[in-house]
Design a protein around this ligand. Structure first.
Ligand code: BG6
Ligand code: MG
Length: 219
């Protein structure tokens, strides 16, 4: 393998391309309040990168509550309805700084681009922020059966692009996501705090001022 050879980049969505954590927070908090307990920003950190139903399990654990499966499905549905009412109104202004420029640089250099997200709402978000056509492949919560840190979402992305895992670089903000990239045999750039994501190949605060050259040097 050529160390700096990059054929494709695979992006997580929530926390990497857009900051949807704030909308997830509002919606989960509303559910918690309805159930009679407090849900904090700190609690919300635990839900990053975690699937909808697994997030609900964590929320109920925080509240010390248990419910039968049927009621849990109804709760997840209710949370999602509120969440969707927020993301429906998203605009391209909510794309995180530097993301469009970096995607364009990848395109100019013929590097393929995929989305690898746990969210079932990913297609709607991409549509609202008008980024759908930048992606050569979209793998989201509707097309996977295993949650991160299982590598399925990223391996499917590579397969759809027709690229070998070792020639892909993943961009992730969640610990489970960085682990999923590792498990897929891909290099990974953490977006966020080096203290949390230190086991990624490189950690950057965001895409503002980030270039392909900066990506290639440390890998
Ligand atoms: C991930 C988010 O991208 O998607 C999680 O980081 C979220 O917080 C998960 O729970 C599932 O999202 P959705 O939109 O399918 O409920
Ligand atoms: Mg994320």
């Amino acid at each position: 393998m050529i160390k700096n050879f990059i054929e494709a980049c695979i992006f997580d969505l929530d926390g990497v391309v857009v900051d949807t954590a704030k909308y997830h927070f509002i919606a989960w908090k509303a559910l918690a309040e309805e159930l009679g307990f407090e849900f904090t920003h700190e609690d919300n950190e635990r839900l990053k990168g975690v699937s909808r139903m697994a997030s609900l399990e964590i929320l109920l654990e925080i509240g010390g509550l248990q419910f039968p499966e049927r009621e849990k499905l109804a709760m997840a549905e209710k949370k999602n309805t509120l969440y969707v009412s927020y993301i429906e109104k998203m605009t391209p202004q909510e794309i995180l700084p530097g993301v469009p420029e970096f995607l364009q640089e990848l395109k100019n250099n013929r590097i393929k681009i995929a989305l690898g997200s746990a969210s079932k709402n990913a297609p709607m978000i991409l549509d609202r922020i008008q980024l759908t056509e930048m992606f050569d492949a979209v793998v989201d919560g509707n097309s996977i059966t295993e949650a991160k840190p299982n590598p399925e979402v990223f391996l499917k992305g590579a397969e759809r692009l027709g690229v070998l895992p070792e020639n892909c670089v993943v961009f992730e903000d969640a610990i489970a996501g960085v682990e999923a990239a590792r498990n897929a045999g891909m290099r990974c750039i953490g977006i966020g705090d080096p203290e949390t994501l230190g086991f990624a190949d490189l950690v950057i605060p965001g895409f503002d001022g980030f270039t392909l050259e900066k990506l290639k040097t440390p890998l």
